[in-house]
Write a protein that binds this ligand. Structure first.
Ligand code: NAP
Length: 541
């Protein structure tokens, strides 16, 4: 076909997944083309340039472990690195391993269709290119498709508005402006305190309050870095087998097996200097499974909010009451609750006074108040986990559309691959632990599994690999069974698709624990890719 390029593999995305995937495949000698919508590498950290953006797992752990030279030479400057430093790191990775040359930037993969006669994916891009490839791998990200603000009247607003996930590269100066911020998830709690520092007035519109733990961030010293680097190998190994991909042991003890005093002490530690994003989830084994155990954490955190926020009405609005702790993703923030003690910061509870519409000058709420502002910040989240994959028009065997197959929720064996779509792989795909785990660990595990699988196929002359229907259904049932034993279904979270109007309500990430999941994937591979069908080419068969 004129103008058609043939390669071994096409990779989508230049975030952590795409970068490492390209490295592994090109190291094997495969010819790879990779496409990225942004004009450079970085993925999440390319797009999320909002002020306050910062990783909420320790920088040492939210980074690649695959190359000891890389982890020894890179010097993280803060315990929780801010966005510019992580972006710099990912640029360093791209340069160090000479990966950039495989990427075509400012180009979206629009469609991918599997040609059954030739066992090839035909990929079309926004740049008008057609590329044929044996393997098609999505590293398009789990939180990369911003959810439209979906509030009536936004087009009428005469001021400027921004989404945290598409922040302008030149930044935004809020000095002297009246700002409305909608949304108080992980992005919202990070951006609000920084906007509050600059703005003349900030009104935070909150739909559901979150549990936000203070970030004990600090500058890392040479000595701290050296201590970690001396034991990096063990640290990484522990993380690979931990439930959440961090270097810690998951507790076996339950909340009511200790005294109230002991629990209180443990919670104070988790809130204080030992605190991190997962600290409360890892205090006791049953925090996310038993309502009474969960309530001990919720009560502790509620009391902390009431202690910090001076105005009792505002404090009450900020205390979550409608879902168990941890079933919506908790946040790590810097001075989030404290800003509500400042005269120029207001909180509007959208449960009490929902937004009626956006007007030319501001936000009209149901009590008739028009909150007049100059700028709006939408921290309203993403079409998570499936959004970026389904945005591409993917067609498998028998002209089957992925969008049709997943209309009642995603089905994917191990969250890696899906029946009727041979040689299509998803990095941190739906029904894998993905964002419930340290994403860096999830990404490395999937990239390594997929590239090992491709190596196996190439070595043994296989033309296709395809997830079988029954194991795929069994995996889906298993994911749902595991969540059924927890409290997670009690919250309207993006894990369930509940944040996107019309999205099927299915619990998407796998909650069985990242270490257990890794063992399952390894076992499948060791057993000749049990649950997958591997075929030599039709001509040879
Ligand atoms: P999010 O967690 O989905 O939060 C979106 C917020 O906007 C929620 O408060 C939501 O309320 C509200 N909202 C959504 N639509 C709305 C509407 N139409 N009207 C009013 N309010 C609305 O999104 P996010 O904060 O961007 O975070 C997404 C995920 O990205 C996080 O959970 C985390 O995994 C990741 N993240 C990580 C970091 C980090 O590592 N530091 C930082 C940012 C994000 P409801 O809760 O009622 O839906």
């Amino acid at each position: 076909m004129a103008g058609t390029v043939q390669v071994d593999a096409v990779v989508v995305g230049a975030g952590m997944s795409g970068l490492y995937m390209v490295k592994r495949l090109t190291d094997m000698g495969l010819d790879v083309r990779a496409f990225e919508v942004g004009d450079n590498v970085g993925g999440t950290w390319y797009w999320n340039r909002y002020p306050g953006a910062r990783v909420d797992l320790e920088s040492f752990d939210y980074s690649f472990s695959f190359d000891d030279g890389l982890q020894q030479e890179w010097n993280w400057t803060e315990r929780y690195a801010a966005q510019p430093e992580i972006l710099k790191y990912l640029n360093h990775v791209a340069d160090r391993f000479d990966l950039r040359k495989h990427f075509t930037f400012e180009t979206r993969v629009e469609s991918a269709a599997f040609d059954e006669n030739r066992n090839l994916w035909i990929i079309k891009t926004s740049g008008g290119e057609t590329v044929e490839a044996k393997y098609f791998i999505s590293g398009a990200g789990v939180l990369s498709t911003p959810k439209p603000p979906e509030i009536e009247g936004l087009d009428n607003f005469r001021g400027k508005w921004y989404h945290t996930g598409r922040w302008p590269h030149e930044g935004v100066d809020f000095t002297g402006l009246r700002v409305a911020q909608i949304g108080t998830g992980s992005s919202g709690i990070q951006v609000a305190p920084v906007v509050a520092e600059q703005a003349k007035h900030l009104t935070v519109f909150q739909r559901t309050p979150v549990y936000c733990v203070p970030t004990d961030n600090y500058k890392l010293t040479e000595e701290m870095r050296n201590t970690v680097k001396a034991h990096y190998t063990e640290r990484r190994e522990t993380s690979r087998h931990n439930r959440y991909g961090v270097p810690a042991e998951f507790p076996t003890i339950k909340a009511f097996e200790v005294s109230e005093e002991d629990r209180r002490q443990k919670y104070e530690e988790a809130w204080g200097e030992k605190g991190h994003l997962l600290a409360f989830r890892m205090t006791y084994a049953d925090v996310l499974a038993d309502e009474a155990a969960n309530k001990t954490v919720a009560d502790f955190l509620g009391a902390k909010i009431r202690e910090i926020v001076k105005d009792p009405v505002t404090a009450e609005r900020l205390v979550p009451k409608t879902y168990p702790f941890g079933t919506k993703r908790p946040c790590l923030g810097i001075r989030f609750y404290e800003i509500f003690n400042e005269d120029h910061v207001d909180l509007v509870s959208l449960h009490e006074t929902p937004i009626e519409r956006i007007t030319e000058t501001g936000i009209l709420t149901s009590d008739g108040t028009l909150h007049e502002v100059d700028v709006m910040v939408f921290a309203t989240g993403y079409d998570a986990l499936t959004g970026a994959i389904l945005r591409m028009d993917i067609t498998g065997r028998g002209h089957r559309k992925l969008r049709d197959k997943w209309k009642d929720g995603p089905r994917a064996y191990l969250g890696i691959s899906t029946n009727e779509f041979p040689n299509f792989f998803m990095i941190t795909g739906p029904l894998s632990p993905g964002p419930l785990n340290n994403m860096a660990v999830s990404i490395e595990q999937h990239v390594e599994w997929v590239s090992d699988c491709i190596k196996y196929m190439e070595k043994n002359g296989f033309a296709t690999i395809e997830a079988q229907e029954q194991p795929e259904q069994e995996w889906f049932d298993h994911v749902q069974e595991v969540v059924g034993n927890t409290l997670y279904l009690k919250a309207n979270s993006w894990y369930l698709g509940a944040n996107v109007p019309g999205k099927p309500r299915v619990f998407i990430p796998y909650l069985g624990g990242a270490g257990t999941y890794r063992a399952t994937c390894d076992e499948v591979a060791k057993n000749g890719y049990r649950g997958f069908t591997l075929e030599k080419s039709k001509v040879e068969a």
